[in-house]
Design a protein around this ligand. Structure first.
Ligand SMILES: Nc1ncnc2c1ncn2[C@@H]1O[C@H](COP(=O)(O)OP(=O)(O)OP(=O)(O)O)[C@@H](O)[C@H]1O
Ligand code: SF4
Ligand SMILES: [Mg+2]
Length: 340
């Protein structure tokens, strides 16, 4: 693999056993992340972002899921790695900040022991040095009175505090590659910016590659080098961050950008495409998955199964007919809706 590239996914498909059949929640995702690069992943609830993150980390229970395709970390295909190998990589080279801190923490272990365990598994630090390092990490993620928190259990802490502990565990061993799944949603604005700084430092100081999953397009704009937009288990658009914000092509990306309050504060209802991501069982598996969300587009204007294709260097779109239909500009849309 090219020396700058850390992670490469080739046609990754993750399916869950529901009843007697497998249904794909991640369906043919290919992407790569380089050293010193942040790839943002956005997409509404249920689009498969966490399922993709868990696939990379090898965290889906094998009995109820299956992964096809390749996930290369450096030159090793970790999609087929043993549990033993993944246990060694996770928490060491590969870090993950989980979306749901409660399920990521062991309710029966103190915070000190949980962070200490990550160090114990991957370093040779002695007991005292470990404690010192844990306190330092707790400080780093903005936890006041770390000595007290050291001896507390997850249920004794607020959601925001638990999230910070999850972040401390994820960064304890300076991971080369980090997935941050909604890392700052539960945190207030000041702590949010401290955590984002921490992630940025990881990238700059250690040359780490990072996947940052978030609903917050403001965070993406500020942090990411490139952005992938997911819909119904697939990437529908991927581009360098400025290009995506300046020149979004897929109707879904355009809708996301238009509905982002930080982009268009007073007009949040404009252009929002109605409906939700269909459930896995009800997902259309042929034709464009997005067709049901844009009923005003004539069927004839659609390609049957749009493929992700490159329209300018590094900018790929899974829609062939975006040129065919008319999208009002923000100003035109506002005028039509009587908002001035
Ligand atoms: N273990 C599982 N078994 C069955 N279905 C699952 C499982 N995990 C996720 N799914 C389904 O896969 C789809 C994608 O879920 P996922 O959690 O990846 O969405 P997401 O993009 O992370 O959403 P959110 O923004 O709410 O976190 C959903 O339809 C979800 O119900
Ligand atoms: S291919 Fe057609 S249905 Fe699919 S996103 Fe593009 S315009 Fe919409
Ligand atoms: Mg999720």
């Amino acid at each position: 693999m090219d020396k700058k590239r850390l992670l490469r996914l080739e046609n990754v498909k993750t399916s869950f056993l529901i009843g007697d059949d497998y249904y794909a929640a991640v369906d043919g995702v290919s992407l790569d992340v380089g050293k010193n690069e942040i790839l943002g992943i956005v997409g509404e609830s249920g689009s498969g972002k966490s399922a993709l993150a868990f696939s990379i980390m090898g965290l889906h229970p094998k009995k109820k899921s299956k992964i096809e395709g390749h996930i290369y970390y450096k030159d090793e295909d970790i999609a087929t790695a043993s549990d033993r190998r993944m246990n060694k990589l996770r928490g060491g080279d590969l870090g993950m900040i989980f979306q749901d801190p409660l399920s990521a923490l062991n309710p029966l272990m103190t915070m000190g022991d949980q962070i200490g365990e990550a160090l114990l598994l991957h370093t040779k630090l002695g007991k005292e040095e470990r404690k010192e390092k844990v306190i330092q990490l707790l400080n780093q993620v903005g936890i006041p009175r770390p000595e007290l928190v050291y001896n507390q259990y997850p249920h004794e802490l607020s959601g925001g505090m638990r999230q910070r502990v999850v972040i401390a565990i994820a960064i304890a061993n300076d991971p080369t590659f980090l997935i941050a799944d909604e890392p700052t949603t539960a945190l207030d604005v000041t702590i949010q910016s401290q955590i984002l700084d921490l992630i940025r430092r990881l990238k700059d100081d250690l040359d780490s590659g990072i996947i940052l999953i978030t609903h917050d397009l403001g965070v993406v704009a500020e942090m990411a080098d490139r952005v992938a937009v997911m819909y119904a288990g697939q990437i529908v658009e991927i581009a360098p961050v400025r290009e995506l914000f300046k020149n979004p092509k897929h109707p879904y990306t355009r809708s996301l950008l238009q509905s982002n309050p930080t982009v268009n504060e007073a007009k949040t209802k404009l252009h929002v495409i109605q409906g939700v991501v269909p459930s896995l069982v009800n997902l259309p598996r042929t034709g464009c998955r997005f067709a049901s969300r844009i009923p005003w587009t004539p069927e004839s204007a659609h390609e049957e199964n749009p493929e992700l294709h490159e329209i300018s260097p590094g900018h790929l779109v899974r829609c062939t007919c975006y040129k065919e239909f008319y999208f009002p500009t923000k100003a035109e849309g506002a005028a039509a809706d009587g908002i001035s």
